[in-house]
Design a protein around this ligand. Sequence first.
Ligand SMILES: N[C@@H](CCC(=O)N[C@@H](CS)C(=O)NCC(=O)O)C(=O)O
Length: 90
Amino acid sequence: MTPTKIVAYVAQVPDGIKITTLLEELGLEYEMRLVDVSKAEQKEPWYLEINPNGRVPALTDVLPDGQLVKIFESGSIMQYLVDRYDKNHM
Ligand SMILES: N[C@@H](CCC(=O)N[C@@H](CS)C(=O)NCC(=O)O)C(=O)O
């Protein structure tokens, strides 16, 4: 497992599951934070700071220089993960 500071904000929905599937396939260590859509947790201010669209999934990461990266939209998240952690497209 490659250590990272990734936090994946997901729910038990296909758009969330594809993010955790990719994280597992890439062998990345990550924290999974389940967002309770039934309680509209995705509309709470703390979550809107990460994803202003108020939808799951979202992902945060910390770059080597300490910069916090916040990403939303499942396709963009997957592109980020591949670009950053699968440079040789293994
Ligand atoms: N195009 C978005 C779709 C995200 C999306 O619609 N997520 C749904 C769950 S699958 C959601 O958050 N629904 C709750 C809401 O819209 O408030 C993506 O691919 O990330």
